[in-house]
Design a protein around this ligand. Structure first.
Ligand SMILES: Cc1cc2nc3c(=O)[nH]c(=O)nc-3n(C[C@H](O)[C@H](O)[C@H](O)COP(=O)(O)O)c2cc1C
Length: 159
């Protein structure tokens, strides 16, 4: 089974969360690629992947409805039905407010694209609000939650 974790990250926290989730997937025997969302577009970008996970910093876009633009652009390019037959999920890194809401909204959008959503994607607390500088790293419990999510996705995709 193959997984793609597609992410946007300015100061590195979301990239770190993507790597943490990838470790969980790999520990269950899944091959995981981690790629920046920039430049990925259309269903062809996801060819060959059984699992696709979308990660973004929380930027408060549209009151926590939308991920960062590169991820949003990719998701929009997948309509209609570009995630049919795939197991999918969402995760975010946020500094203070709105991460959980964003993940829930993204999960709804991914379902709308036909994906089989594994809910409860991680909302990791790290970084500094409104900052382009790297803030505090995620706590160990959040790192573990990311690994656990990767394992859960792998198990559910195998059913
Ligand atoms: C323009 C901008 C808007 C942000 N808005 C929010 C926000 O609404 N809520 C929040 O908790 N963090 C917000 N943040 C903080 C980021 O979510 C946080 O720093 C995150 O760790 C950045 O991820 P990255 O290291 O992958 O770029 C914002 C950061 C920037 C630069």
């Amino acid at each position: 089974m193959n997984a793609l974790i597609v992410y946007h990250s300015k100061t590195g926290h979301t990239r770190q969360a993507a790597d943490d989730i990838a470790r969980g997937l790999v520990s269950e025997g899944v091959e995981a690629d981690v790629k920046a969302a920039d430049g990925l577009s259309g269903k062809g970008a996801l060819d060959g992947y059984d699992i696709v996970l979308f990660g973004t910093p929380t930027y408060g876009n549209r009151r926590y409805n939308l991920p960062a633009k590169p991820v949003d652009d990719l998701m929009k390019s997948l309509a209609p039905g570009g995630l049919e037959g795939k197991t999918v999920g969402a995760f975010t890194v946020f500094a203070g407010y709105g991460g959980g809401k964003l993940v829930t909204n993204m999960e709804g959008s991914l379902a709308g694209l036909g994906g089989k959503v594994v809910g409860g994607g991680p909302a990791v607390k790290a970084g500094a609000p409104l900052s382009l500088w790297k803030g505090p790293d995620a706590k160990p419990a959040d790192t573990t939650a990311c690994e656990e999510f990767g394992r859960k996705v792998a198990r559910l995709a195998g059913i």
